[in-house]
Design a protein around this ligand. Structure first.
Ligand SMILES: Cc1ncc(C[n+]2csc(CCOP(=O)(O)OP(=O)(O)O)c2C)c(N)n1
Ligand SMILES: [Mg+2]
Length: 323
């Protein structure tokens, strides 16, 4: 299905915002101003955006330790995200979550997660709630190629099948689990989707470096799950441009690998080539979005840097719900 000019510009802007957010964090983290561990999503933007452009706030997503892109794509505020990572009181979680524990329930973003594989059971719970609501909304759990080996993921997939939960198990195969290649660590012949299929659900596969492949694939997956057929799984082949965490020297990469993926497998370059080649948008249209996204990120950094930090008196607030 052909997307409107407005939808194409929006998708590109979302991807570009994530890219600039991550590229800027990569620089800012080296100043020492940002505390905590950070895993950058740069390179995988087409997956988060190709998925979330189909969703409403009623649909829930559950993210991972590499969650900034999922949050931004699902509608979390850029300034609130940046302030959260800076540890500010004005952050989305008042500066208490930081990079790996950002959540925004109002946007249907149920949380990033420091525990690999912990998101899948949460997603099944959200999907069961959606099933009870009966309004056709879904839950999507993002997982990596590493998380596909976790027992929690297996249990969640089985539970979703037997309860016919409208849950989508979405695997972003970026070829590494920390420093371990998926060729070594995933026993099913490099194939994650077939593993999900063995649990009794329908599966799809797509090219995670191509926004259109993700978006088209997700239209089919979502139609299937929203129609009440139970869960589904989808595997997208993608690339991460930075280390596993910020500071990772990446000695496990092959010679020239990073240059090659930045050159050949960059979802932003691929999007630009596709839409300009098909004369849907011009380079000038996209350059204007680039400029706008850069400004938005610059403003977010200035605001985050100036924002107040939590005080000692804030420490025990928001820990427990008050009834
Ligand atoms: C239960 C658990 N085991 C190990 C870790 C340490 N750890 C953090 S991220 C990660 C790799 C995850 O790989 P993958 O699922 O492919 O996600 P990616 O980092 O590629 O996005 C590991 C082993 C953890 N956080 N939780
Ligand atoms: Mg991985």
């Amino acid at each position: 299905m052909q997307l409107s000019r407005e939808a194409l510009l929006r998708a590109y802007r979302q991807m570009k915002i994530i890219r600039e957010f991550e590229e800027r964090l990569h620089v800012e983290i080296q100043t020492g101003e940002i505390a905590g561990f950070t895993h950058l999503y740069c390179g995988q933007e087409a997956v988060a955006v190709g998925v979330c452009e189909h969703l409403s706030v009623e649909d829930k997503i559950v993210s991972t330790h590499r969650g900034h892109g999922h949050c931004l794509a699902k509608g979390c505020d850029v300034n609130g995200m940046m302030a959260e990572i800076w540890g500010s009181r004005e952050g989305l979680c008042k500066g208490k979550g930081g990079s790996m524990h950002i959540a925004d329930v109002d946007q249907g973003m149920l949380g990033a997660n420091g525990i690999v594989g912990a998101g899948s059971p949460i997603g099944v719970g959200a999907a069961l709630a959606a099933k009870l609501d009966g309004k056709g909304s879904v839950a999507i759990t993002f997982s990596g190629d590493g998380a596909c080996n976790q027992g929690t993921t297996f249990e969640a997939m089985n539970l979703a099948v037997v309860t016919k939960a409208p849950c989508i198990f979405l695997f972003e195969n970026n070829h590494y689990s920390e420093h371990t290649g998926f060729e070594y660590a995933v026993g099913t012949q490099r194939d994650i989707a077939s593993r999900a299929e063995a649990f009794g659900m329908k599966v799809w596969r797509g090219d995670g470096t191509d926004f259109f492949s993700v978006h088209d694939t997700m239209r089919e997956v979502l139609d299937y799950v929203r129609a009440g057929n139970g869960p589904a799984a989808v595997e997208f082949d993608t690339e991460r441009f930075f280390g596993h965490f910020e500071g990772d020297p990446q000695r496990y990469r092959g010679p020239g690998e990073l240059d090659r993926i930045r050159e050949m497998r960059d979802c932003l370059k691929i999007f630009r080539a596709n839409v300009t080649g098909a004369k849907l948008l011009t380079d000038a249209d996209l350059d204007a979005v680039d400029k706008d996204a850069l400004e938005a990120i610059e403003n977010a950094v200035v605001a985050a840097r100036a924002a107040a930090r939590p005080t000692p008196a804030d420490v025990l607030a928001d820990v427990y719900i008050a009834y």
